[in-house]
Design a binder for this molecule. Structure first.
Ligand SMILES: [Zn+2]
Length: 331
C-alpha cells in the first residue's frame, strides 16, 4: 500500500537526521576553534563514562559508591560545559544533537509504530504526486483579467458579466486570503472558457502557499485514479484517502468524466464525508443543472445546490476573445 511513498518519506526523514548530525559536527568544529576548553571538558566527560563501565566489570569494589562519585564529577563537568558556552555567548545546549522531530528523534518510529512526522511526510508526498499535473503558478488572482467580461447588461437576463465577475473574483480572493479548514464549499458553474479553472487554480496556489494541504485535479483524472486503485489496477497511492483528508479539495470539470455507478458513488462519498466534517471542497462544472441531473443521482445534485456556495460564471469565452485580441495586435 503506497510502498513507494513510504520509502521516499523514510528517506526524507533519514536525510533530516543526517543533516542534524552534520550540523552538530560543524558546531563542534566551531567550538573547537573558538572555545577549545569546552572540547577538553567533553573529552573528560567521555572518559568518566568509560570509567563507569569499567567499575561495573570490577566485582570486588564498592560499585555504588564508585558510581556516585563518578556521577558527581559528571554533573560538574556538564555544568562546566554549559557555563563555558554561555560565557562565550553560545546557548547552553549548543553541542547537543538536535532533532526535527523530538518525538521519534528523527527515526520515523515511536515504539515500533509510524511517528506523526512520517505519516505527515507521506501525506505531503501523496499530495505532491497528485498535484504535479497542474501548473499552479500561472493562474493567479492578479492575472485574472476582468476586461474580457462585457460591461453591459444583457437585456434578456438583466445581468452584467463584468459586475458579476468582479464580485466572483473578490469573493474568491477573500476566500483564499482568509482560508480556514472550516471554510464554506463552492460550486462553480458556467460554460467553458469563463475562468473557472483559472480562479480554482488561483485559490489552490494561494491556500497551498499558506501551508495547507490542497489537492487540485480534474474530476476525470482523480476519479479514474480512485477507480483504478479500487480495482487493483496500477499502484495504490491512497488517492481517495488523500482527497478526503486534504484541507482543501478542488475537483475541476465535474461531468467530463465517464459516468459509472462507481464514480457516482465516489463523488457522493467525497461530498458527504467532506461536508459532514466541515472540510471545504470546490467543484466546477460546465454542465447545466438539467445535464447534471441526467448524469448524477438526485442525492448528489441536491447536495451541490443546497450545501455549496453557488457561483455563476457568465460572459463570452475568454480564450476566444484572447485569441482575437492577439490577432488584432499583430495586424
Ligand atoms: Zn517523528
Amino acid at each position: 500500500m503506497g510502498n513507494e511513498i513510504f520509502q521516499e518519506a523514510k528517506r526524507r526523514i533519514d536525510r533530516r537526521r543526517m543533516n542534524q548530525q552534520v550540523a552538530l559536527s560543524a558546531r563542534l568544529d566551531e567550538i573547537q576553534e573558538k572555545v577549545p576548553e569546552v572540547i577538553q571538558v567533553r573529552r573528560q566527560l567521555a572518559m568518566t563514562s568509560a570509567e563507569i563501565s569499567k567499575l561495573i566489570l570490577q566485582k570486588n569494589t564498592d560499585i555504588k559508591a564508585g558510581i556516585a562519585r563518578i556521577e558527581k564529577v559528571n554533573l560538574e563537568l556538564q555544568q562546566k560545559e554549559k557555563d563555558l558556552l554561555r560565557q562565550n555567548g553560545y546557548p547552553e545546549d549548543y553541542l547537543e544533537l538536535r532533532y526535527d522531530c523530538p518525538l521519534c528523534q528523527d527515526t520515523g518510529f515511536v515504539d515500533g509504530r509510524r511517528c506523526r512526522c512520517l505519516v505527515e511526510e507521506m501525506r505531503k508526498l501523496s499530495i505532491e504526486q497528485l498535484n504535479h499535473i497542474s501548473p499552479l503558478q500561472k493562474n493567479t488572482f492578479d492575472t485574472f483579467d476582468l476586461s474580457f467580461y462585457p460591461n453591459e447588461t444583457d437585456p434578456k437576463t438583466g445581468q452584467n458579466p463584468y459586475m458579476s465577475m468582479q464580485r466572483v473574483l473578490r469573493y474568491c480572493r477573500q476566500y483564499a486570503e482568509n482560508f480556514r479548514p472550516g471554510n464554506p464549499s463552492i460550486f462553480m458553474m458556467g460554460e467553458t472558457g469563463l475562468g473557472k479553472t483559472h480562479l480554482s487554480l488561483a485559490i489552490a496556489g494561494e491556500v497551498a502557499a499558506k501551508g495547507y494541504n490542497v489537492v487540485y485535479g480534474s474530476a476525470q483524472d482523480l476519479l479514474r485514479r480512485v477507480e483504478n486503485e479500487h480495482f487493483g489496477r496500477g499502484e495504490d497511492q491512497n488517492t481517495l484517502e488523500t482527497m478526503l483528508d486534504a484541507d482543501l479539495l478542488i475537483l475541476d470539470d465535474l461531468g467530463a468524466e465517464f459516468g459509472s455507478n462507481f464514480t457516482q458513488s465516489i463523488v457522493y462519498n467525497i461530498l458527504n464525508s467532506r461536508l459532514s466534517s466541515d472540510r471545504p471542497v470546490i467543484i466546477s462544472t460546465n454542465l447545466k443543472a438539467g445535464e447534471l441531473e441526467e448524469k448524477y443521482a438526485k442525492r448528489v445534485v441536491s447536495r451541490l445546490f443546497t450545501q455549496l456556495v453557488q457561483m455563476r460564471f457568465i460572459g463570452k469565452d475568454v480564450r476566444q476573445l484572447k485569441r482575437q485580441r492577439e490577432m488584432a495586435a499583430r495586424k
